[in-house]
Each structure stands twice: as C-alpha cells, then as structure tokens.
Design a protein around this ligand. Sequence first.
Ligand code: B12
Length: 221
Amino acid sequence: MTARPGFDPASLVGRVVALDEEGALRTVEARVAAGDDPLAILADCQRGMRGVGENYESGKYFISGLIMAGEIFRETMEILGPRLAGEPSRGEAGTVLLCTVQGDIHDIGKNIVDMLLRSYGFMVHDLGVDVPAAEVARQALAVAPDVVGLSGLLTVAAESMKTTVAELRRDAPDLGHPFTIIIGGGQVNEKTREWTGADLWANDAARGVQLIREAVAAGRG
Ligand code: B12
C-alpha cells in the first residue's frame, strides 16, 4: 500500500489534525515522559493546528473543528505549561506589554509567548484580546514597556496592528525611553511587518522571545 500524502495519522501532528483529543494528549504525555523538548512538542501541536485551519478553509471542518482544536491545545498546555514556566519572574529582564489586537480573539499563541517571556525573567502586562489601539497606547504610557508585542491571527488583524503601531509611535515622545514593537501570529511575515510599521515580527514564540531579548539587550547596551 502506498503512503498517502499528508500527515502521519500516528504522529502528534496527525492526531491534532484529526482532532483526536485522546490520542493527541496520550502522545504529548508519552513524549514528555520520554524527555522530549517541550518546545518541540509545542511546535508539532502548532503544525497540527495549521492543518486544522486548512481543513476549515477547505470546508472539511466547521467552526466546531476550530473550537475542538483550541480545546486540545489548551489541554496540551496544561501538561506542557509547568515545564515551560520556570521560576516566577521578578521582571529583571525587562517589561513587555502584550495583547491580541482589536477584532481578533485568538489568544493561545499570545498566552504561550506570555509564559515563555515570564520564564526568561520578563515582567509581562497582558491586556487580553480584542484590544483597541487607543487602549494599548494608554497602557504603554502607564507601564513604559521596553517592548510592545501585538498578536493577531486574522488577516484583518494586520489593519488593527497598523493602527496600533501608529498610535504608539505618535505617543512615543511622551514615553520617555525607546521601545520596540514586535508583531506575531501564524500569518504575519516580513511584508506585514513593513506594512504595519512594526520593528520585528515572529510566527514562533521561541524565536519571538529571542528577538525580544536581543532588542532589550541592544537598547540597554
Ligand atoms: C483555534 C482556532 C480558533 C479558536 C481560537 C481559540 C483561542 N482561544 O485562541 C476559535 C474557535 C475561537 C477561532 C475563531 C475564529 N477563527 Co480561528 N483558528 C484557530 C486555529 C485552528 C488555531 C490557532 C492557534 O491557536 N494556533 C496555535 C498557536 C500556538 O499558534 P499561533 O497563534 O500562530 O501562535 C504562535 C506564533 O504565531 C507566535 N505568536 C503568536 N502571537 C504572538 C505575538 C508575539 C508578540 C510574538 C512575538 C509571537 C506570537 O507564538 C505562538 C507559539 O509559537 C487557526 C488555524 C491556524 N492556521 O493557526 C484558525 C484561524 C486563525 N481562524 C480563522 C478564522 C476564519 C476564525 C473565525 C473568523 C471563524 C468564524 N467564522 O467565526 C473566528 C474568529 C473570531 C475572532 N474575531 O477572532 C482563520 C483565519 C483566516 C484569516 N486569514 O483571517 C484560521 C487561519 C483558520 C483558516 N485557515 O481558515 N479560531
């Protein structure tokens, strides 16, 4: 029998794509027990989520499929979270203001970034989801962050990111010190960064946190 193209149904990616909740969680547990890197497990779940998204786009899955995928990811994070979280942060690495931009309620990726930043010693002010540009700018003035992180998964989120970046830049002189704006989410790329006027972009939490650490180090250097 020839292998069909697509995902290996026995792999974690394949199980997430198939919305096989029990199988996916069993695989996550087994990989954790085998000492696999939690970030590698997370990356496979993220690939699986993309597959679910493709099935939604092609009409194979409905909104219930997206909800189910969100639930599988939430349960996965319950297992991986404690392994990623590290010591409680005192904020010695810097301050990050984080949110999902207006019009978008996806927050799974943002929450992972939040958790990783804390594990690297950042103080994170997470404003939640669907946050209007004016509110981000108001909070930036209040907490004077080193970095503002804007998350968004919908195509329309790019528009909100652009408005938010513009508001932040307008208020920048009142902030008292330079800050970096990074955008993130599965659909963002260099083009989005350029169009929105952000400084950096990442579609992977580990890479995003690395860029944030470099930006803060450069700002303090
Ligand atoms: C789960 C899911 C949902 C869940 C979200 C639950 C939740 N609490 O977040 C629910 C069911 C609510 C949902 C709703 C909708 N969804 Co939805 N959803 C998804 C799905 C399947 C997975 C998203 C996810 O969590 N991925 C896993 C995480 C870990 O990945 P991530 O978010 O990319 O985050 C990583 C990186 O990007 C990065 N990152 C993320 N943010 C940031 C921020 C910073 C600063 C940095 C540095 C890094 C960073 O770090 C993370 C870890 O590595 C995606 C498919 C996909 N391709 O992603 C569709 C998808 C995003 N959804 C889609 C759609 C259309 C919708 C709805 C409009 C459906 C509808 N008709 O109602 C609504 C939108 C509601 C709204 N106003 O926001 C489309 C968007 C299409 C588009 N181009 O606009 C997608 C792409 C599916 C598809 N292919 O069609 N969805």
